[in-house]
Write a protein that binds this ligand. Structure first.
Ligand code: 4NP
Length: 147
């Protein structure tokens, strides 16, 4: 956790939380020159841009995520990224299932460990503000560890 490395942000749909986490982390990690991407455990929204509420809360905070496109996580990702940061425990368990029969190198951890960043999809706009704050804190904690 102390060494800079390539980061993949993961949530369920890759349209609400992980696109925000990708955008925030890209902005924060510029001086480390690392690769940052995001993906979803599910493929429901593959190919789609982030949820409008995520685009809006990002924009309000000076982060542009509007050109991102959702994709599903694949086993290869676990050797192409040093860190896989998940938003909630369900993401964590789903991922452990996915890689159970594979040899992988990535460290898999909750972004805001030990707290979860809950799915805001069925909630209101305020939920997206809360998610943004938690994502910001989680990203900052990772970056501060790298200094
Ligand atoms: P995300 O939110 O995992 O933060 O992208 C969700 C988006 C869509 C759904 C669930 C969560 N969905 O069930 O369609």
């Amino acid at each position: 956790m102390h060494k800079p490395g390539d980061v993949l942000m993961v949530c369920l749909g890759n349209i609400c939380r992980s696109p925000l986490a990708q955008g925030v982390f890209e902005n924060m990690s510029k001086k480390f020159n690392v690769k940052v991407d995001s993906a979803g455990v599910a493929n429901y929204h593959a190919g789609y841009p982030p949820d409008k509420r995520s685009i809006y809360v990002a924009q309000k905070n000076g982060v542009d995520i509007s050109t991102q496109k959702a994709r599903q996580i694949k086993v290869k990702d676990f050797n192409n990224f040093d860190y896989i940061f998940v938003m909630d425990k369900q993401n964590f368990y789903d991922i452990k299932d996915l890689i159970s029969y594979h040899k992988v190198n990535s460290v898999v951890q909750l972004l805001n460990d030990p707290f979860e960043i809950e799915d805001p999809y069925y909630g209101n706009d305020e939920g997206f503000e809360i998610v943004y704050d938690k994502i910001y804190q989680g990203c900052k904690r990772v970056i501060d560890n790298w200094k």
